[in-house]
Design a protein around this ligand. Sequence first.
Ligand SMILES: Cc1cc2nc3c(=O)[nH]c(=O)nc-3n(C[C@H](O)[C@H](O)[C@H](O)COP(=O)(O)OP(=O)(O)OC[C@H]3O[C@@H](n4cnc5c(N)ncnc54)[C@H](O)[C@@H]3O)c2cc1C
Length: 441
Amino acid sequence: MNPAVQNLQICIIGAGIGGLTTGLALAKQGFQNIQVYENAPALGFVGAGIQMAPNMARILKVLGVWDAIAADGVATDYYSIREGASGKIMGLVDCRNIETDYGSRQTGGHRATLVNTLYDACVRHKVQFSFSSTVDASLDFTGRPTFSVTTAGEEKPHPVQCDILLGADGVKSKTRQALLRKLNVKAGVKETGQAAYRIMLTREQMQHDPELLALLDGDQTIRWIGEKRHIVGYPISQRSIYNISTTQPDVNFAAAASATYTTKGSKKAMMNLYSDFCPLVPRMLDLAPDQEIVEWKLNVHDPLPTWVQGSFALVGDACHPTLPHLGQGAAQAIEDGAVLSIFLGALPDASPENISKALMAYEKERKERAETLVALAAESSRELHLGAGKAREERDRAFAAIKTGTPGKVPDKVMDIDVHKMTYGFDCMREAQDKIATVFI
Ligand SMILES: Cc1cc2nc3c(=O)[nH]c(=O)nc-3n(C[C@H](O)[C@H](O)[C@H](O)COP(=O)(O)OP(=O)(O)OC[C@H]3O[C@@H](n4cnc5c(N)ncnc54)[C@H](O)[C@@H]3O)c2cc1C
């Protein structure tokens, strides 16, 4: 790498999965001057599990962190869709083809392991971090990007200038707001009307109940579905934890300030919501301690006109927040980081013109794909949450038609064969590599 390129000053706002992956991928390309600013005093919220799809694993392997992450995770070979009310299996998908077809198994992991492993690798590769450092929305995109940071203990914000600025600051992104203001575009966060509880149960909490313990020791990721609601459960952390994520109508946030995306949840409200599910489900939810019930508002955003302005680009949930039902939100943030690093790593010189070309190539490569998957996650949620009627009967017939050992059509898109071809079968790094020759002309 040309020394002027190697020394470009790159600032990343946000140390979430997107910001950490981007920092690591850039460092591995040879960039030596990478600074990450994170609002929180330490690595952000990590108290939940995450489905790590093969397209995510492929990139984490190249970055040299997958083995450590997978070693702590749990791969499941079957995906079971169950009727919430009866607990009856509606369809059982055999996922054993996924490893042979796409390179790794469907793996559930602990977010803390994913985030800490990425962070440790960043530190080993000399990526610098400033925690307790909040970037405000007053970005200046002209020439070298300039932004303002307030670090804990400082009275006033201080300005920072860099050569490349990447906004990986999540669904509530201030950098997206700044970009939209610059473009004179009004586009607000869009409510989905859905919210989620995230719960982790330990082996100790489950051990008195053989039926619950079988979930932890079993070989299935399970989705219990009902009208407007569902619950996903899978083992993580070498089967020491059962991770549960629910989705239900957002009633608790309706009256709250729009800035509130997480809230202390009421266990009573949660138990009421799922009281008509089969006895296993309320029994499982009841193990969660009252004080640990936290609810997330699930917000998305309409597609943005662009993710890039000069030497600035958005990354991850800042530009394509999604409903979680396709298990692709973090995977897409990771794809962003990988593709950015490939185009920036190919810079022939350090000129702003070529930086902008690299970022525009990133947007061209990523935007349509990420937005297609956001739309697909929303479509899947409509299908999963159907009430009584013809559409549901048809969906349930499709679930019942799933054949063990033969990948095929599945109404729950996270397990559909054509969706797998599109999500898991797409190697974004190879695609970006193949396009380098066309970027800087
Ligand atoms: C219930 C649920 C389940 C999910 N399950 C999956 C799954 O199974 N698989 C999957 O791939 N994805 C899943 N996702 C999606 C995934 O969690 C997100 O897409 C991903 O974490 C986004 O990462 P990010 O780095 O873009 O944003 P974030 O994780 O939001 O990180 C943004 C970071 O920026 C920091 N920040 C924000 N503002 C500022 C500021 N002004 N200054 C400095 N720092 C700032 C924040 O503190 C934060 O650390 C799920 C999401 C939800 C809600």
